[in-house]
Design a protein around this ligand. Sequence first.
Ligand code: ATP
Ligand code: MN
Length: 463
Amino acid sequence: MVTRRIAEILRNGQPDEPATIQGWVRTKRELKEFTFVEVNDGSSMANLQVVLNPDLPAYEEYLKKLNTGASVEVIGSLVASPAKGQRIELTASEIKVYGEADPETYPLQKKRHSFEFLRTIGHLRARTNTLGAVFRVRNACATAIHEFFQERGFLWVHTPIITGSDCEGAGEMFSVTGLNLKQIPRTDQQEVDYSQDFFGKPAYLTVSGQLEAEVMAMAFSDVYTFGPTFRAENSNTSRHLAEFWMVEPEMAFCDLEGNMDLAEAFLKHIFKSVLENCPEDMEFFNQRIDNSVLATADNIINNQFERITYTDAIALLEKADRQFEYPATWGVDLQSEHERYLAEELFKKPTIVTDYPVGIKAFYMRLNDDEKTVRAMDVLAPKIGEIIGGSQREERLDILERRIQAQGMNPEELWWYLDLRRYGTVPHAGFGLGFERLVQFMTGMGNIRDVIPFPRAPLSIEF
Ligand code: ATP
Ligand code: MN
């Protein structure tokens, strides 16, 4: 008989239907007349309740084996459940225990564990209610992202993970080398001789796929990347990882307005789709993790985002009736406390800040006529701060060359990027969404390390 997924049984199962399930025991309750075993197979937050009657062959033996964490197959028939909160349960006629889990040593017992503790058992934590819900929602977010772009004719392009350009400008980079670190070849000047390295020059893990996405947008008009990016930032925050996933749409023939419109429609679509596809998990987050999660989702879906220039935002921050740790003055980058003040307290909804000072933004952002600001945009979310960073790109060759030089970079190394402005240049724009920040935002999870299955952060690479 085909195995059925538990989510499907809980949704569609009818009394008297035969059913086979496979999964892991969450709890066992022994009563006088029979035993209840809750089984979970990851398809839903809810378990399927399995009823074992004492007339089951080897009943007593099974009772010893069916501890929390054990893996089982149960064959039986569905019955309407007399218990509250569940429609249907499974009366077992046959059981197979694939693997036992010793209750003396299995670390996931039936109590609440802290997220810190769960991070020390990264190989088992996906079996908990919360992490299970997180990874189902993460999957639903990814699906919604592809859905959104594919419906609009965007091409999904795969940009490289190893890159030769160290000037993507987004953050500290990890080096990639094939050199033997015990015997590093040196030049006469005692510098590392990269000509003997794998690529013949220094190589890094990418911090962003943007520059390559621009290449592809200049051929396919609308493209997006969705892949891992890496930053060697030694910051132990609850919002930074060393390895995280980024979604980067890039659109030819598009300005900052179009970019903002897309970012807003994009976030709205993802929230709608996740609420539709993971209602139980979202309900769980609202009850157990952050009781504003559903209201926030509703706020995103139904309200227009606030749009404000950096200059106006600074004016509001200067007027704010509170002391910031870092005072906000024109020319400095917005700190997380400023971002949260704007989105969380002042506007109480996602807020798009545009036209940042040229001095604090990357070289490729389009210079405004005032020559003081660039067509940048950050989407700030309540509780999280920056969730999206983007811009209209500088499409004018001369200005772009000037900006590259002004930042102390060598235009020759970016010759291919500049060629895009030499041959068939067009106004274009795009943004980057930190995928884990989105999942955090969606679920209310406080620490970014708990929304990715295997977090990479300073001193954290065990699993
Ligand atoms: P922040 O100021 O929060 O460090 P950033 O300015 O470095 O962000 P960008 O370079 O614009 O961020 O990257 C695009 C998006 O990637 C950000 O809006 C954010 O959602 C996400 N992001 C950036 N750095 C990280 C990180 N270390 N871990 C997880 N997500 C990140
Ligand atoms: Mn950063």
